[in-house]
Design a protein around this ligand. Structure first.
Ligand code: TYC
Length: 102
């Protein structure tokens, strides 16, 4: 057989749709001891925020008790939470950072 043109048509039925991955918010919690400057560093280093963005989020957490610093798939969110918690611990600050399904 030479030079035949074949077209393969795959017919699918039913549920083969891909769902987007679940996303997680990363929350920073307020406390009375962590210095504002340290929280600004966290937001700039781990969430790539500008000085202005970081200041807005830090003041929101300071006044309202909690604030969102980003939304990520599960593995990225849990890595970032670990990095923030370890960085805070290493610097002896009680800063709390958690993730929550969006
Ligand atoms: N409340 C802290 C202070 O007055 C500042 C602070 C802001 C701490 C945000 C934690 O997630 C936080 N020094």
């Amino acid at each position: 057989m030479t030079g035949g043109d074949f077209e393969i048509v795959i017919l699918t039925q039913g549920k083969n749709k891909l769902k987007p991955p679940p996303m997680y918010k990363i929350l920073l919690l307020n406390d009375d001891f962590t210095p504002m400057e340290f929280v600004l560093d966290v937001l700039k280093i781990f969430f790539s925020m500008s000085q202005e963005q970081a200041t807005r989020i830090m003041l929101k957490v300071h006044t309202e008790g909690v604030g969102v610093c980003g939304v990520y798939p599960s593995d990225i969110a849990s890595t970032k939470v670990d990095q923030v918690v370890n960085f805070a611990r290493k610097n002896q600050h009680p800063l709390k950072c958690v993730m929550e399904e969006n």
